[in-house]
Design a protein around this ligand. Structure first.
Ligand SMILES: [Zn+2]
Length: 162
């Protein structure tokens, strides 16, 4: 547990839209080039009395990154003067890679992770060859498969479509 220091007496974010905008900036712990908003994890921000309730849908159940994301949401709110907050995890409807924005998919690709799509459509992020082979169905995390390009021999992660 880290000690939160209130940095300034700046105005507290007053609207739910402002709060959502703050949370939308939180990067995914595994793929820091995309935010939880772009991934489609951040579902809702509501007010329940004096409490802010943030609803998220995990990408893959048991993805250890989710705990980190919960912590970052609480920390971000606390840093903005919101102490009374709760993160609610909703599994239904289940997250699918369709919730990922096109911009997020392009960023993934630029980051060297093949974006979700059909297995046939996977291209090497380095040389764009489609001559790729699955090395392991579970890459650096359960969300990704480890692939290797037969053309340039570059190993890369593929964000599996679900
Ligand atoms: Zn390649």
């Amino acid at each position: 547990m880290t000690e939160m220091v209130q940095s300034s007496a700046a105005q507290l974010p007053s609207s739910l839209e402002e709060i959502r905008a703050l949370l939308a900036e939180i990067p995914d712990p595994e793929i820091p080039v995309i935010t939880i908003e772009e991934l489609g994890i951040l579902r809702r921000v509501d007010r329940d009395g004096g409490r802010i309730v943030v609803t998220i849908t995990p990408t893959y159940s048991g993805c250890p990154a989710m705990e980190m994301i919960c912590g970052q949401i609480i920390d971000t709110l606390a840093a903005n003067g919101i102490e009374d907050a709760q993160v609610k995890t909703v599994y239904s409807p289940a997250w699918t890679t369709d919730w990922m924005s096109e911009a997020a998919k392009a960023k993934l690709d630029a980051y060297g992770v093949a974006p979700p799509g059909s297995r046939e459509a996977v291209l090497c992020p380095r040389c764009r060859s489609n001559d790729v082979r699955t090395v392991s169905s579970f890459g650096s995390t359960a969300c990704k498969a480890l692939m290797v390009c037969q053309a340039c021999l570059e190993p890369f992660d593929w964000f599996k479509a679900i």
